[in-house]
Design a binder for this molecule. Structure first.
Ligand code: FES
Ligand SMILES: [Fe+2]
Length: 420
């Protein structure tokens, strides 16, 4: 007797979610199970990670046809590759013969993708072109590698596992004018650092969404930036300084054709009510700083179209897995990928202009420390919090309305997605 399984209709409410939310109070932290429970983790994967747009990497990492890198998330593995026509493709890393993984290297160059099992061979666009030993009448056109939705914006590559991905155009429309002068398409990767952080991905985001913790935890960051000041601790003199910095730079940027969208405080993000998962802005640095470096000086040649170093910092962020801070001379991208309820894989890239030569135009000992220190300080904070929230003694606590409004917005965005 055989049984068939009809495709299950998508559930509109998550079974058991109500019990997890029984003690949730708006404006307070989530209960500990949100950071430890495998059932919640599965919901996070299904409702957020497999529905949203995920930052994968940079166009400049795959400059030539056949260049690729692999992104692994949960049970999925995707090859991001440049095809023979120069287009960026995202293809499931699963052979159409008997399902072997095709690429087991994290990155490389493959003019043809050859399965290591029986050598079925594919073009970088996913076309099957050879399958020795198979019957003559096998219709190769039926065995393309399965595609994954992919989009590009200003040198950044995004992919989505969703059957009907969210519209990407609104993010592109907002980001392009801001990001174009940075020239990420004409960048090169100076350094990559990979971390396994023993914390749930939501704790990493919550930490990213406030600078309440910055004064004591980020001694380097606060010297360069204004955004650790909030409405409750900003003096009139400081407000004047921030306004002056902003007004001066905005008129300068406008004259140079750089989109003048400036914010001096912590950028409001995300917008849970309007479901906004992306944002970008340009922010003045503190007087005397032209780059997010240890002494505020530029440490590499100007990137992109910047006419001079005084361009503040470009900041971009998208849920669930990306943020970037870019100065006149370098950009730093951060990508999160969930590894389990209590672990997150984090990659940090440092990018410089493609013509910059290490040792001649920049030195890693000057380029890396600012964001290496700031990032690692944050990972330590997240791991410490993970240890605490999994204790039987953890109880939800209240957010500051002046300093943690973005953490509250993140939690509201998250819960809305989970309940969708
Ligand atoms: S599984 Fe790939 S060629 Fe057989
Ligand atoms: Fe931080």
């Amino acid at each position: 007797m055989s049984r068939t399984h009809d495709a299950a209709p998508r559930q509109t409410s998550s079974p058991g979610l109500e019990s997890f939310l029984a003690d949730y109070r708006p404006g307070w932290t989530l209960s500990g199970r949100f950071f430890t429970d495998p059932a919640i983790y599965q919901l996070d994967l299904d409702r957020i990670w497999k529905q949203g747009w995920l930052f994968a990497g940079h166009i400049c990492e795959i400059p030539k046809a056949g260049d690729y890198f692999v992104l692994n998330m949960d049970k999925e593995s995707v090859i991001v590759i440049r095809d023979d026509e120069g287009r960026v493709r995202a293809l499931h890393n699963v052979c159409r013969h008997r399902g072997s993984l095709l690429c087991d290297q994290p990155e490389g160059h493959a003019p043809r993708l050859v399965c290591p099992y029986h050598q079925w061979t594919y073009r970088p666009n996913g076309d099957l072109i050879a399958c020795r030993g198979m019957q003559e009448d096998l219709d190769k056109s039926q065995f393309h590698l399965l595609p994954v939705a992919v989009e590009e914006v200003s040198g950044l590559i995004y992919l989505s596992f969703a059957e009907s991905p969210l519209p990407f155009a609104p993010a592109r429309d907002q980001w392009e004018p801001l990001a174009r002068p940075q020239g990420f398409e004409r960048a090169r990767v100076a350094k990559v650092a990979d971390y396994v952080v023993r914390a749930n991905w939501k704790l990493v985001w919550e930490n990213n969404r406030e600078c309440y913790h910055c004064n004591l935890n980020h001694p380097q960051y606060i010297k360069a930036n204004f955004d650790h000041y909030n409405a409750d601790d900003t003096t009139p003199q400081l407000r004047d300084r921030m306004t002056t910095a902003s007004v001066e730079l905005e008129s300068k940027w406008a004259a140079a054709g750089i989109a003048p969208r400036s914010e001096t405080g912590m950028t409001p993000f995300p917008d849970a009510d309007r479901n906004i998962w992306y944002s970008a802005n340009r922010t003045p640095l503190v007087e005397g700083y032209v780059s997010e470096t240890m002494d505020g000086r530029a440490v590499a040649p100007l990137m992109g179209d910047y006419p001079d170093p005084d361009v503040g910092t470009l900041r971009m962020r998208s849920l669930p897995n990306f943020w970037n801070h870019s100065s006149c001379d370098h950009g730093v991208s951060t990508r999160l990928l969930p590894l389990g309820p209590e672990q997150t894989a984090i990659r940090v890239w440092w990018l410089v202009a493609d013509h910059a030569v290490e040792g001649r135009d920049y030195d890693l000992s000057k380029l890396l420390p600012f964001w290496q220190l700031t990032s690692e300080q944050d990972w330590e904070i997240c791991e410490r919090q993970q240890r605490g929230v999994q204790s039987s003694a953890y109880r939800p606590g209240p957010y500051s309305t002046t300093k943690e409004y973005n953490v509250d917005a993140f939690v509201r965005w998250y819960l809305k997605k989970l309940k969708a």
